[in-house]
Design a protein around this ligand. Structure first.
Ligand SMILES: Nc1ncnc2c1ncn2[C@@H]1O[C@H](COP(=O)(O)OP(=O)(O)OP(=O)(O)O)[C@@H](O)[C@H]1O
Length: 256
């Protein structure tokens, strides 16, 4: 299969392993993300989800196994090379420049992606094409009417949407989302769910999320990680019904 084949996975993990000393954090971990899908990884605290995201983005080296992205083996690639190849991830809120407007933040992201330096903010601010692109992205994440505000004045949930806009500014082929709902209230969570749903046909996602309501609304496929191992992988209804999963992770709660 080639990267152009629409049925080929955009991301394939093959038997990934990572240990810290005696602690085996991910073990023989394999999964695939297909074009047009949201694949969620859930698991109890300490299951290895953040480590796995790091192994995919390149921040954490793997002891063995392969990361294949867009048909290319990127296992030995650094973070920047993987990002340039289209592996996007949401940034921490600290990546937002609070004194700049919402529009300027995204315009700078678009500009950086186009290979210019951050130093040319003035040029960026007057570049209509750049601003148009940034505004379009802000529309995609529901922040168009906040464009002229200082980014620092946004609510927590809006900052998460701005993070998403910054990730989209680089036109990713896959988005890694590490707990995008963390700290957001119910209304903002509902808005974020709607936004992510509307984006998935254009950008497949690997979603790590503790909010089970959000996971079950968003995911096309769910993999359950326990002690670094995928104990179940399937459609949401299969996962909900799997007794192993209920015991290992969902507990007594109804996951809906
Ligand atoms: N750099 C490190 N050095 C040593 N141990 C680590 C390191 N990073 C993670 N660990 C350990 O690996 C295990 C998995 O951690 P990880 O953060 O990947 O889990 P997680 O599933 O993301 O947890 P959470 O849901 O709480 O965020 C934990 O026991 C953690 O203490």
């Amino acid at each position: 299969m080639t990267a152009q084949d629409p049925k080929a996975p955009i991301l394939e993990l093959k038997a990934l392993n990572k240990a810290y000393g005696a602690l085996q954090v991910t073990r023989d971990l394999s999964l695939a993300v297909m074009p047009g899908e949201i694949h969620a990884v859930i698991g109890p605290n300490g299951a290895g989800k953040t480590t796995l995201i790091g192994q995919i983005s390149g921040e954490t080296s793997s002891d063995s196994g392969q990361v294949v992205f867009g048909g290319k083996d990127v296992t030995g690639w650094c973070v920047a090379s993987r990002a340039r190849a289209g592996l996007g991830r949401t940034f921490q809120i600290t990546a937002i420049l609070p004194e700049f407007t919402v529009l300027e933040n995204v315009a700078l992201g678009v500009q950086a992606h186009q290979g210019h330096s951050f130093r040319f903010l003035r040029a960026a601010a007057s570049d209509q094409k750049l601003n148009d692109k940034a505004l379009q992205i802000l529309g995609d994440v529901g922040l168009a009417e906040r464009a002229a505000l200082r980014a620092g004045s946004l609510s927590h949930g809006e900052k998460r949407m701005l993070e998403l806009a910054l990730a989209l500014a680089v036109e990713p082929k896959l988005l890694l989302l590490d707990e995008p709902m963390a700290g957001t209230g119910p209304d903002e969570t509902a808005r974020l769910i709607g936004i992510l749903k509307s984006l998935k046909s254009r950008c497949p996602m690997l979603l790590v999320e503790h909010d089970m309501g959000a996971v079950f609304q968003l995911a096309d496929r769910i993999s359950v990680l326990v002690y670094g191992e995928i104990v179940a992988s399937g459609m949401p209804e299969e996962i909900r019904a799997d007794p192993k999963v209920r015991q290992a992770y969902l507990g007594e709660d109804d996951a809906a």
